[in-house]
Design a protein around this ligand. Structure first.
Ligand code: NAD
Length: 350
């Protein structure tokens, strides 16, 4: 067995259909008395959470937006200051949790997260803020949520067309954790279990969005994927998606969905053990084709072309990624990445 470092900060997770009903109790247990609640505009759960918090709700801020624009960060930080907040409640997807992280980065307020998608941000110390079309990301332990309530009930309203790609975004975290440079046996176990749970649940979720059992299993898989993302380093897939999404404002989860099978195919011969684990977890004979087929089963976008990536942008993306390559099991060069992007653009089965 290879040597490893396992360094997981402790945090509290409540996972239950109906977990939101325990929000007030958890806030009281933690001793928070002035909670600023963050959400996207018009979130139904936010109203439910606000009622539950009653007199410890110090204010609300429903301006969360994709990729955490700096303008929203300025407003939300001011709101936290004015409200005299001693804690933040983020109820929503990665964008809402990202906004809470951006406040915590400056004001060191503890975050309570109630995720309503499968993105996984609630389990990571990773933050991102967009400014002038560029998204800067970093790691800081101050932004890691202290308490996370997973309530599958809240995901029932996530439309099928959002659920599939959001789930594939989670699968991508687990996949890259399996060939991470700092992989460790605990995270490997969680990642395999994550892929197994998500690949079993997501096709049912997309077919029957109101199926609570499938929603529960998908959220469980997303939790494990989030832990993996936060615990070990990601590789070519995450870098490529970051550059593609950031440079061309492409939808985050859809980019992950389209690109993943092609990166896995690129890495096929360089990470045979990871490939075997991914394929087994998917119940497929080949990891890359298994991932491609899973996305097709869900009717998710198959190509970069479909999600409005301009073809003439592919060369530039390949050059950017190859000029400062992340760790990856297979060496990264412009030609290899360009060929991978060509397949992803066309959406061919790897
Ligand atoms: N820092 C990290 O570790 C990390 C990890 C994953 C993703 N992210 C970031 O998160 C963002 C993407 O997050 P996302 O994919 O969760 O999307 P999102 O948070 O942008 O949500 C997408 C849309 O779905 C709506 N929505 C969310 N939950 C819903 C529900 N249950 N029912 C109905 N509508 C719902 C939201 O209001 C929003 O309009 C990206 O900016 C990405 O970079 C960060």
């Amino acid at each position: 067995m290879r040597s490893f470092v396992y360094d997981q900060p402790a945090r509290r997770v409540i996972f239950a259909a109906g977990a939101l009903d325990r929000l007030a109790e958890e806030i009281a247990r933690a001793g928070y008395r002035r909670v600023l609640m963050l959400s996207t505009p018009g979130q139904r759960f936010a109203a439910e959470a606000a009622r539950a918090l009653a007199d410890v709700l110090a204010g609300t801020c429903d301006i969360a937006a994709m990729h955490v624009p700096i303008e929203t960060v300025h407003v939300a930080r001011a709101r936290a200051r004015e409200a005299g907040a001693d804690s933040l409640l983020a109820i929503g997807g990665g964008s809402t949790i990202g906004l809470a992280k951006a406040i915590a980065l400056e004001r060191e307020l503890p975050i309570v997260a109630v995720p309503t998608t499968y993105a996984g941000s609630e389990m990571t110390p990773i933050y991102g803020i967009s400014e002038g079309g560029v998204k800067k990301t970093g790691r800081d332990s101050r932004v890691l949520p202290r308490i996370v309530l997973y309530d599958p009930r809240l995901t029932l309203s996530l439309p099928a067309a959002v659920s599939g790609p959001s789930g594939m975004n989670a699968v991508a975290h687990a996949v890259e954790a399996l060939y991470a440079h700092d992989a460790n046996p605990v995270i490997t176990l969680l990642s395999v279990e994550s892929i197994r749970a998500l690949s079993r649940a997501l096709p049912i979720v997309v077919r029957t969005p109101g199926d609570v059992d499938a929603r529960t299993e998908a959220l469980y898989g997303a939790w494990l994927a989030g832990i993996s993302l936060g615990a070990v380093g990601m590789a070519l897939h995450h870098r490529l998606c970051h550059v593609l999404g950031g440079s061309f404002n492409l939808p985050h989860a859809e980019v992950h969905t389209v690109v993943l099978p092609h990166v896995v195919s690129f890495n096929r011969d360089a990470a045979p053990e990871a490939m075997r684990m991914i394929a087994d977890a998917l119940g497929a004979t080949d990891a890359a084709r298994g991932l491609y087929d899973l996305a097709r089963q869900m009717g998710a976008p198959a190509s970069l072309q479909e999600i409005s990536m301009p073809y003439e942008g592919l060369d530039g993306v390949a050059t950017i990624v190859a000029s400062s390559p992340p760790y990856n099991p297979r060496a990264i060069d412009v030609e290899g990445v360009r060929a991978l992007l060509e397949s992803a653009y066309r959406g061919t089965r790897p």
